[in-house]
Each structure stands twice: as structure tokens, then as C-alpha cells.
Write a protein that binds this ligand. Structure first.
Ligand SMILES: Cc1cc2nc3c(=O)[nH]c(=O)nc-3n(C[C@H](O)[C@H](O)[C@H](O)COP(=O)(O)O)c2cc1C
Length: 172
């Protein structure tokens, strides 16, 4: 994918609301050969937290191979992180701004015909994974990993509940 398109997508993302203009989002974009060490770190994390076995049985090797191939078929992985704030309100503000950034980027991606799947997976909470990719989990919070590429097909519109079920109008 043209790098200029990805830059545009994240640029539009960055018009998200941000308290104190902190713009807390940071993006590590893994693509081409850059994905290999990233995917290795994911597999190592899944093994560490017990989602994948560590032995060399043929079955284990097969499961790991298929998981690696699946992840390496995704052209771009954007890991979104922000600096942790000790104070809860500040932390929430930054996480909220980062989430707005992510959704803005998704909407921009849609305009370019680019698919961007928001994922939250267990390795994001594994300090060893953060260390493997050069981040200190005491310092930063990984908010999401966006899986990016041109979609072979677009999923069905899942619809949403009628907004009346969520909306309470209070007039007095
Ligand atoms: C915080 C968050 C985490 C998500 N994590 C995943 C995920 O790990 N895997 C996945 O397939 N979709 C994930 N999604 C996407 C939702 O599954 C998706 O938005 C939902 O099914 C509605 O589909 P739609 O957005 O196409 O309408 C996540 C969405 C959010 C907001």
C-alpha cells in the first residue's frame, strides 16, 4: 500500500479531540520485513501466557506456523500506544483521545477503500511482549493493534440497536 495513503489516514486520525492538545497517540507501523520480529514477539507472548504450547510436537509447530502465516498475510500492523499517566483522570483522557484517533483513522481508511480492523489481544497486556518490541510497559500503554490492508470482501453491515434504546431525553 502506498505509504502516502497510510500517512494521510493517520493524519486524519490526528484531528481527534485531545485535552490540553496532548495528542497522546503514537504509532508503530510494521510492514514488509518489519513484520517478522513483530509476529515472532506475538507468538512468543502467546507461548508465555499459555495460549500456545512451547514444545516441538508436530501439532504445535503446525499451529504456530499457521498463526504466523495468518499474521504475515496482513500487510500492515499499526500498534497504537500512549504514555501512561499516573493520575487516573489524565490517563482516561489520553486513552479516550487515542480511541477517538483510532476511529477517525478507521473512517479515513474507509474513504480510501482501506480496511482497518481494531484488535485488542492478550499480548497487549504482556510486559514481555512490550519489551520484545522495544517498549517499556511501565511507561506506555498499548491501546490497540490495527490490522490494515485492502479487503478482499467487505463484511456485512451488522447494524445497531435502535438508538432510542440508548437515548434518554430529559427535559425537566
Ligand atoms: C476496543 C475494540 C476492540 C476490538 N477488538 C477486536 C478484535 O480483537 N478482533 C476483531 O475481529 N474485532 C475487534 N473489534 C471490532 C469489532 O468486533 C467490530 O467493531 C464489531 O464487530 C462491529 O462491526 P463493525 O464495526 O463492522 O460494524 C474491536 C473493536 C473495538 C472497539
Amino acid at each position: 500500500m502506498d505509504e502516502a495513503i497510510l500517512k494521510d489516514i493517520f493524519m486524519y486520525g490526528s484531528y481527534a479531540p485531545t485535552h490540553y492538545m496532548k495528542e497522546p497517540w503514537n504509532i508503530n507501523l510494521y510492514q514488509e520485513k518489519g513484520r517478522v520480529a513483530f509476529v515472532d514477539a506475538i507468538i512468543a507472548s502467546y507461548q508465555r501466557i499459555g495460549m500456545l504450547k512451547k514444545d516441538n510436537d508436530a501439532k504445535t509447530v503446525k499451529v504456530i506456523d499457521s498463526m504466523s502465516s495468518f499474521l504475515l498475510e496482513i500487510p500492515h500492523h499499526a500498534l497504537i500506544y500512549f504514555k501512561k499517566e499516573a493520575e487516573a483522570v489524565r490517563y482516561e483522557e489520553d486513552y479516550a483521545a487515542v480511541c477517538a484517533f483510532i476511529q477517525n483513522a478507521q473512517l479515513a481508511a474507509w474513504e480510501y477503500g482501506v480496511g482497518m480492523l481494531w484488535t485488542i489481544t492478550p499480548y497487549m497486556h504482556d510486559a514481555g511482549f512490550a519489551a520484545d518490541i522495544g517498549l517499556d510497559s511501565n511507561e506506555v500503554k498499548i491501546a490497540a493493534v490495527m490490522q490494515i490492508g485492502y479487503p478482499q470482501h467487505v463484511g456485512r453491515d451488522k447494524g445497531r440497536l435502535p438508538i432510542e434504546e440508548k437515548l434518554k431525553i430529559i427535559t425537566e
